[in-house]
Design a protein around this ligand. Sequence first.
Ligand code: ATP
Length: 350
Amino acid sequence: MTVSFKDVTKKFADGTIALDALNLEFNLGEFIVLLGPSGSGKTTACRLLAGLEAPSSGQIDVNGKNITNLPPRMREMGMVFQNYALYSHKNIYENIAYPLHIRKKSKAEIEKRVSDVAELLQIKKYLHRKPGQLSGGQAQRVAVARALVWEPSICLMDEPLSNLDALLRLHMRTELNRLHRSLKKTFVFVTHDQEEAMTLATRIAILKDGKLAQFDEPRTIYREPANRFVAEFMGRPAMNTFDGIVTNGMFESRDLKFPVDAVDGPVVVGIRPEQIQIGAKDGAHPISLTLDVKELIEPDMLLIFQVDGTQLTVRTSDDYSNFEAGQTITLSFPKHALHYFDASTGKRIR
Ligand code: ATP
């Protein structure tokens, strides 16, 4: 029971390559999040799966059946896209009920399903209104309701929560999690929001330039990024990385020197902001740096230093409000928290 992209390339008429021989396979029932920088091919992957675009080469299979040339209406997929279009002349109830009407469901079943999904998405009181009488966030929830109401086997969602305010977004995130668990359907979900990706996904596919940079469970993506790109992309603030050279177990970059577990030669060393310790710790090599900026992101604090011509960020939950910019601070990089990447390919070494 799988969905597979096999060597899927999408080249647009102007020569833009949006997907570049993408290979991605996931199981039905998973919650797959497509994540990546703007222009990395997330929406294109979704549109190809929906059948709204055809690949230039390669094929897409669902349960071993080649669906590459199957028209969208034959694909059993519910969709919510950034530019969702509601029928402006129908009221909200009729908009949501529409997919059930065309599937010839009974009036009683339609009423029950529309009522349930409207309750879930908190839009019950707008059912009699026309789309033009809703706010952006309300209209977005109607689009989600319409995509889910007929319980398609795959739900494709491209930034479905982007118009919602922060509180409602959090609420919807929890609802989507619950919905996925109870419906046992497959979700393919595009987002820019890392927290959303980490909390919703069974697996996250990180795209870069139309290629798969990593496909793993959220925990693995965070703890064992497959390459420097993923390491620097995932996590807020991003992982600190340093280019340098190891000699006899000692790493040295322009401004830093500390012991590592790596063979001699050029390497990229990374450490997450929350894993840097403040003060000289037993057995760790102390690193003294001048504090540049301190930022409060309650309940945590960010301490920012200038190192190797870029920023080094420390995230701490301890209270260092007595620290002042310009002050020398001692930091420790525990060896167990270090990540190593190949200096030329960026691939994870360990
Ligand atoms: P975003 O996060 O900004 O929505 P994305 O990862 O979803 O980006 P896509 O929309 O899939 O990216 O676009 C991938 C690449 O293909 C981009 O460079 C985009 O400009 C290009 N592209 C998308 N649609 C077309 C088109 N119809 N013609 C030409 N190029 C296109």
